[in-house]
Design a protein around this ligand. Structure first.
Ligand code: DGY
Length: 323
């Protein structure tokens, strides 16, 4: 029997591409350029599986037209808001993602941003590299203490909990949680965390707020101008979730007018475009979507996709089915 035909939309770690090619008839995107909507739509007619990632957009229009050959979209990444899962379901296409394996690394990056912005590490490095550092002095580049402060976590799934683990057990932080559903008492107890009913109630109580909820239309601009106004004037916002969760223009205003202390962003509304008003904000630390970017994690993500495909084409239910 011939092997299923697979399209991998971006370059992956070499070891995983090699493993993938042993089991499937694989086409790689050697140029590593994001595919256009038309290319993805066309691929639906030629491949049994497409392996998209966060830089691919699969709105309902790519599922329109003749019956697709594609039976599974095995996403490389935990977030799948870039795929219209209802439209996929309507065409009988299974969708999977790669949870668990990137939780620790994403929480590490959220922690990195929190420490960098609070202790002004980005500003400090810029000053030093620009040759502007005149030496130690008691009043130089004074930041905010992270240890012992209050952290609000919005979205208390795997990544939110990994963040709580670091912040509470590593930095002695008090943890407040906002989550759509009730978090079991034994999970809250692990971090001595308290669940707060609404985001509006959480924000004014926090020194730091870290976002760990899904993206997509439901959470678009969850953090808007009104909610930024609810934050303390010296509090910091950290986003490693999805760019659309924060209204970037409202955030820029809050940073420029000092209605919050600062922010750390790993994700943006229109990646890789960064608005100039964010570029120019000194109390903002930005990273180019590095949450899962460790060798170990990117390999684990690829192997998780391979597991999902192997199960699917072996007639078993893939463990990470989301639609
Ligand atoms: C994800 O997994 O959704 C990340 O944003 C990319 O690793």
């Amino acid at each position: 029997m011939s092997k299923p035909r697979i399209l991998v939309t971006r370059r992956w770690p070499q070891s995983v591409e090699k493993r993938m090619a042993e089991s499937f008839d694989v086409d790689l995107n050697l140029a590593d350029k994001p595919l256009t909507l038309a290319e993805i739509r066309e691929a639906m007619g030629r491949y049994d599986a497409i392996l998209p990632t966060v830089t691919d957009r699969l709105p309902s229009m790519v599922f329109e037209g003749p019956a697709p050959r594609t039976k599974i979209l095995a996403n490389y990444g935990v977030g799948f808001a870039h795929i219209d899962t209802d439209a996929a379901k309507d065409r009988g296409i299974t969708v999977t993602n790669t949870p668990d394996v990137l939780s620790e690394c994403t929480a590490d990056i959220a922690m990195t941003l929190m420490l960098m912005v609070a202790r002004r590490a980005g500003e400090g490095e810029r000053e030093l590299r620009d040759g502007k550092w005149s030496g130690w002095r008691p009043t130089h580049m004074i930041g905010t203490r992270v240890s012992g402060a209050t952290l609000g976590i919005i979205g208390f799934g795997r990544i939110g909990q990994a963040m709580a683990q670091r912040a509470h057990h590593g930095f002695g932080m008090k943890i407040l949680v906002q989550n759509r559903s009730a978090v079991p008492a034994e999970i809250l107890a692990r971090y001595n965390a308290v669940q707060v009913p609404t985001i509006d109630e959480l924000l004014p109580q926090c020194d730091f707020v870290s976002l760990h909820c899904p993206g997509g239309t439901a959470n678009r601009h969850l953090i808007n101008g009104r909610r930024l106004d609810l934050m303390r004037p010296d509090a910091f916002l950290i986003n490693t979730a999805r760019g659309e969760v924060v209204d970037e223009h409202a955030l820029a205003q809050a940073l420029w007018f000092g209605t919050i202390g600062g922010a750390g962003l790993d994700v943006f509304e229109r990646e890789p475009h960064i608005p100039q008003e964010l570029m120019d904000a000194d109390n903002l630390v930005m990273l180019p979507h590095l949450g899962s970017a460790s060798r170990e994690t990117r390999e684990a993500m690829g192997l998780r996709v391979l597991d999902n495909l192997t199960d699917f084409f072996g007639g078993r239910a893939p463990r990470d089915r989301v639609a």
